[in-house]
Design a protein around this ligand. Structure first.
Ligand SMILES: [Zn+2]
Length: 354
């Protein structure tokens, strides 16, 4: 078959991985979270309170926990599952959404229990912090647009990085579980769209997966304070798709490459995945299938070093329009110790559109 021969003659496959550990979110000593006087008019949570998640989304589908609290008091960092999805001094849980396109549509941040708003800030612009200069611009406002709620009985929660202009409560507002506070954003010290949720009990930071009054380290007995069972999921998919240029982290966090139809005049067809929590030794498998079902890329690679977030992709050059029009399919899997942790299948229409 002539077409087929011609087609394979121009095969160029590439696997490129971009990775970064430069993930930022609110850190220690956030001014918003100062000590408060317990207000007896506040609805009191019970002695062993349970808390909802702080945003309206389906966890592990529309949103995911990207970073946990740091449980290592030294300059090293460890999460409660003895993994590395945290960084030194991180004092909260980061519930992320995939990108700023979804952020612009609006994902509500909600109260995790009944209580009364103690402090609220709005007016800090949304941006993605990428370097030290960016970081300097949010000095002392690391939490960005944030809210602190007093739940009574010694419990407080703090919500950070809300979208500029989205905060709909003020000090004194009484809230119930699920009351909207604002929208997920990227204000303050944030390098990806998320809400940072911090817990305090009697002035002490609490890791919600472990519960109050527990020492540091990651081998503690867990007394979760979540009202729903939340599993430890340190590795997962953020998003996947197709592109006609090589994607980078900024592109993906900002919400590019949602296209389901791409021009067959483009110089290259790329299938990409954005993943969190890869570890050295993980195996990635990339496949790309032509419209006739032929597998034209079949690449396996082993992850060499761990990364909190990473992008991987494969692509085929479209020299002289060698790639046939039609429905292309990309498949990806990430396997650790023989167990498949991520499995993706995605299609795109590749057509000449005049
Ligand atoms: Zn955080």
């Amino acid at each position: 078959m002539k077409l087929r021969h011609y087609f394979y003659g121009f095969l160029v496959a590439l696997v490129i991985v971009l990775a970064t550990n430069y993930l930022l979110t609110a850190n220690a000593n956030i001014p918003l979270f100062s000590n408060s006087v317990i207000d007896n008019s506040v609805a009191q949570v019970p002695n062993n309170p349970k808390f909802a998640i702080p945003l309206k989304c389906q966890l592990d589908k529309d949103c995911f926990i990207l970073l946990y609290s740091d449980r290592d008091p030294s300059p090293k960092a460890v999460d409660f599952g003895c993994g590395r999805q945290t960084y030194d001094g991180h004092k909260g849980t980061d519930f992320a959404i995939s990108d700023q396109k979804i952020m612009a549509q609006g994902v509500p941040v909600t109260a995790v229990a009944p209580g009364k708003v103690l402090r609220a800030r709005d007016g800090v612009p949304d941006r993605l912090i990428k370097n030290q200069a960016d970081k300097d611009t949010v000095k002392n406002i690391e939490c960005g647009n944030g809210i602190v709620i007093d739940h009574g009985n010694g419990w407080e929660t703090q919500y950070c990085h809300l979208r500029n202009g989205s905060v709909v409560v003020k000090p004194g507002t009484v809230v119930e579980t699920g009351t909207q506070l604002g929208m997920v954003g990227t204000s303050g010290l944030a390098s990806f769209p998320h809400v940072h949720l911090g817990f305090r009990y009697q002035g002490e930071i609490v890791d919600p997966f472990i519960g109050p009054n527990v020492g540091s380290g990651c081998n503690n007995t867990r007394h979760s304070i979540w009202e729903q069972p939340l599993s430890y999921k340190p590795t997962g998919l953020i998003r996947s798709g197709f592109a006609t240029t090589q994607p980078n982290m900024d592109d993906l966090w900002s919400g590019k490459f949602y296209d389901t139809v791409l021009s067959a005049n483009s110089p290259i067809l790329i299938f990409w995945v954005q993943i969190y929590g890869v570890l050295a030794g993980d195996r990635e498998h990339y496949q790309l299938f032509a419209p006739n079902g032929d597998r034209v890329i079949d690449n396996t690679r082993e992850i060499k070093s761990p990364n909190k977030t990473s992008i991987g992709y494969v692509g085929k050059r479209n020299s002289s329009q060698s790639l046939p029009q039609g429905k292309w399919r990309g498949e990806y899997s990430l396997t650790r110790d023989g167990k498949v942790l991520v499995n993706v299948s995605k299609e795109v229409q590749w057509i000449i559109n005049n």
